[in-house]
Design a protein around this ligand. Structure first.
Ligand code: ATP
Length: 307
């Protein structure tokens, strides 16, 4: 096991530097957590959502200046209420897929649909009203738990806050705090654990009653207890909304209805955890690394790491 420790360290460092580069774009997305007022200037149609089925149909996209498509042939469906996990090595295109959903960019090929409507035909404002976004390294501001949960919704009452906190798996620990929902979270939420901050952030997103919720796991550096809590809060989400979770730690999406394995902008594998482990491909390799069975690393994985 120790033989592979340097490789794991390298992977963590690559993730780290990449995330710093990505941080600014993630903050832009974070604005969506609190505003519906983005004035995009387009006067397109309104999106109406009935059951929140999400379809990517042969989607391709390349950033300006990229020599090859950043993502290509991306084709999957998230059924209403499902949890779909997106995993894959750093730079595989996970965030790009989500940026296409929020229409930071439009596909160069293919279509993203919600309940059959091509999202390129509706205004960004109307689209984003139906979407929620949670960074899993979320920002809490100085104030109470209640203020942090309610801040996207002007006229939230106590029942709404509690209902959202329950759905996010936060209610129990909040009521255990000395002053419950009136407890101050401290500077940047520093009086709460990482897992607790994340549940508050999920509750905040749920307050807006999104039809599609995106969880974006920003870092792989958390302790085991926080990891356990994050997995529990993702599992607790239930079927109130369709959820897309970008995960660095495969454990976060272990119980997902479907796991999409991206590599180099393409979907290499898709299925449940058990199906993918049985398939013994890329996912199975990544899983073995994360659970520490590194002796089982296959050549394909080592090639990838040494690229
Ligand atoms: P990570 O796990 O590190 O967050 P990811 O799977 O989310 O990675 P993306 O952020 O979608 O990967 O990036 C896919 C590819 O597109 C990478 O090669 C990246 O360098 C490139 N890329 C990402 N954002 C931009 C951008 N704004 N302009 C140009 N290239 C970009």
């Amino acid at each position: 096991k120790s033989f592979y420790a340097p490789i794991r360290q390298l992977m963590l460092e690559v993730l780290d530097s990449y995330e710093n580069a990505l941080a600014s774009s993630k903050r832009i997305v974070a604005v969506l957590e609190r505003t519906n007022e983005l004035d995009t200037g387009d006067e397109d149609g309104e999106l109406s959502v009935r059951e929140a089925r999400l379809d990517y149909e042969d989607v391709a996209f390349a950033y300006d200046g990229a020599e090859e498509a950043t993502v290509e042939d991306v084709d999957f469906t998230a059924d209403p209420g499902d949890l779909v996990g997106i995993v894959g090595p750093t730079g595989a295109g996970k965030s790009t897929i989500v940026k296409l959903l929020f229409r930071f960019y439009d596909p160069s090929d293919g279509t993203v649909r919600i309940d059959g409507t091509d999202i390129a035909t509706v205004s960004r404002r109307s689209l984003r009203r139906h979407l929620g976004y949670v960074s899993q390294d979320p920002f809490l501001f100085y104030g109470t738990v209640r203020e942090n949960v309610a801040y996207a919704v002007a006229d939230a009452d106590h029942e709404d806050v509690v209902a959202a906190a329950k759905q996010a798996g936060a209610h129990e620990f909040v009521t255990d705090l000395a002053e419950g929902y009136d407890t101050h979270v401290g500077e940047r939420g520093g009086r709460l654990s990482g897992g607790q901050r994340q549940r508050i952030a999920i509750a905040r997103a749920i307050m807006r009653e999104p039809d599609v919720l995106v969880l974006d796991e920003a870092t792989s550096h958390v302790d085991n207890e926080t990891e356990r809590q994050i997995q529990a809060s993702v599992d607790a989400l239930g079927a109130e909304q369709t959820t897309i979770a970008i995960a660095h730690r495969l454990s976060t999406v272990r119980d997902a209805d479907q796991i999409i394995v991206l590599d180099d902008g393409r979907i290499r594998e898709a299925g449940t955890h058990d199906e993918l482990v049985a398939e013994d491909g890329l996912y199975a390799d990544l899983w073995r690394v994360q659970v520490g069975e590194t002796d089982a690393l296959s050549d394909s994985f080592l090639d990838r790491v040494s690229e």
